[in-house]
Structure formats: C-alpha cells, structure tokens
Design a protein around this ligand. Structure first.
Ligand code: NAP
Length: 253
C-alpha cells in the first residue's frame, strides 16, 4: 500500500486554541495522523477535554495566555527544552470583536491586536529559534476571509486577520532557506463557539443571509482542520507564503 502523504509520524506540533473549535479539531486530526501534539489555550480543563480525544501518546497540555505576548519567548524556549524540537506550529488561538468603528475602544483594539497579531509575531520569533525549530518546519496561522473580504462591524477583526496574511508572506521569504514554511488558512463561517457568540448578537435575518452567502453552507471545524493538516504535512512541501481559502464558496462570488 502507498504511504499516506499526510502522515505526520515524527512531527511535534504546537497547537494553540486547542481548547475549542478549530484548534481542538486540528489537534485531534493531527494526532490521528501520528503527530505528537502540544495543546495550548488558557482553559486547562477544556484543554484536558481535547487531550482525552487524542490518538497515540506523548501529547502534552501547556496552558498559556496569548494576551501576554511578552512572555512567549521564554515560555516556548522552556517548552522546547522539555518536549524537544518542534516541527510544526498551528496558531488557532484568536478572538473576534464585532463592532461598528464608532464603538471600537482603544482597549478592545489593543486586546484584539495583541491576541491575534502580536502573539503571532512573537510566536514566529520564538518558534524559529534554533532551539525550538531547527527546520524543516511548517507554521500555519489562522487568518479569516475577513482579512480578504470586508463586512460592516468587522474592521478591527478584519485588520487583525489581514495582518497575518502579510506576516506569513514575509516570514515565508525569510525562512525558506531554513526550510520553514509559513502559510495562512482563511476560513469563512465555521460552526464553533466563536460563531455561536456572533449568532447570539446578530438579528436572525442577518444571520440567515450570512449563511445563504456561503454556497456550501457554514463549515465544520474539521473542514478547516483538514486544510491545516494538508499544509503541515508533506502534501504542503512546495507551499509557502500562501493563504488557503476554506470558505464554502463565500469569497467566490
Ligand atoms: N469560527 C469561525 O467562523 C472562524 C472563521 C475564520 C477564522 N476563524 C479563526 O480561527 C481561530 C479559531 O477560532 P474558533 O472558531 O475555533 O474559535 P473558538 O471556538 O472561540 O476558540 C478560540 C480559541 O482561542 C483561544 N484563545 C482565545 N483567547 C486566548 C488567549 N488570550 N490566550 C490563549 N488562547 C486564547 C481559546 O482558548 P481559551 O478559551 O482556553 O483561552 C480557544 O481555544 C481563530 O483565530 C479565529 O479567528 C474562525
């Protein structure tokens, strides 16, 4: 039988946002592809819920608050000392803020940019220390179609997700000589707790229109996890600096 080109045997992957939604399903999928995964997020109990769903062994739970990006460098370095070199990073931790620009407060902007953007920059810096990832390696940042396609009340979130696309392109150029690839996945609406929170806030008719704008309907976390795994594995070996749109056709129209 031919070898599975998505097999991740021998890989050690840090998955942030692993306590929920896309990060959780990604971690579970990667473990089923034989990767060893390190699960991060803030909520230890929910990380533990992900942990018990993993296949294989050697996995770890390592809580961290990405609202404290100044601590990322030392945290990741210590982690690599304990678990060994990483070959992959999936940064799915993120927050959404839905607000007309006139109501966006500096405090909100600061938090969204710290958690979504500054943490990505500092994670990339820390991950690419030789002690953490000597290469080859692969980083996948969870961007969003909101970084590509505008919508009312999404300026702050959209700005944060567009920043990741620019970040990935320059990192890809800088890190290609070390065989470290950097890509984004830009998902549209995926049925997770993040979307459930938006559903509670929006008028029903608005939400139904949003669903109709997705020709294939809203996605499942597993749909995005599949794309992340494809980029991490050997199937993505010639892909860097790209943004893979996974959106049920949302941005095709
Ligand atoms: N769902 C969608 O429709 C959609 C669409 C496009 C892109 N995305 C992106 O995909 C990623 C995952 O979203 P999701 O839908 O899976 O959301 P989710 O279910 O709300 O999960 C968000 C994850 O981020 C973690 N997180 C949030 N703030 C954090 C912080 N300060 N420090 C550490 N971890 C933090 C949460 O962990 P704790 O609660 O344990 O801290 C949780 O694991 C996000 O970057 C999101 O922007 C989502």
């Amino acid at each position: 039988m031919a070898a599975n080109p998505m097999d991740l045997g021998g890989a050690t992957v840090l998955v942030t946002g692993a306590s929920s939604g896309i990060g959780r399903d990604t971690a579970v999928l990667l473990s089923s592809l034989n990767a060893r995964v390190v699960l991060s997020g803030r909520d230890r109990d929910r990380l533990q819920e992900t942990f018990v769903r993993l296949e294989g062994d050697g996995h770890r739970v390592e809580p961290f608050d990405f609202n404290r990006p100044e601590e990322i460098h030392d945290w990741l370095r210590a982690l690599a000392t304990n678990v060994g070199q990483f070959t992959g990073l999936v940064h799915a931790a993120g927050i959404e803020q839905v607000s007309p620009i006139k109501f966006v407060r500096l405090k909100d902007a600061d938090e969204v940019l710290r958690v979504n953007v500054v943490s990505s920059i500092m994670l990339a810096r820390a991950f690419t220390q030789k002690a953490c990832c000597a290469g080859p390696g692969s980083m996948v940042l969870l961007s969003s179609v909101r970084g590509l396609v505008g919508a009312p009340s999404m300026s702050l979130y959209g700005a944060s997700k567009a920043a990741l696309i620019g970040l990935a392109k320059s990192l890809a150029m800088e890190l290609a000589p070390r065989r470290i690839r950097v890509n984004c996945v830009a998902a549209a609406c995926v049925e997770t707790e993040m979307l459930a929170r938006s559903r509670e806030l929006a008028p029903q008719s608005e939400f139904q229109a949003l669903e109709r704008a997705h020709p294939l309907g809203f996605g499942a976390a597993r749909d995005v996890a599949n794309a992340v795994a494809f980029l991490l594995a050997d199937t993505g070996r010639w892909i860097t600096g790209s943004t893979l749109t996974v959106d049920g056709g949302y941005s095709a129209q």
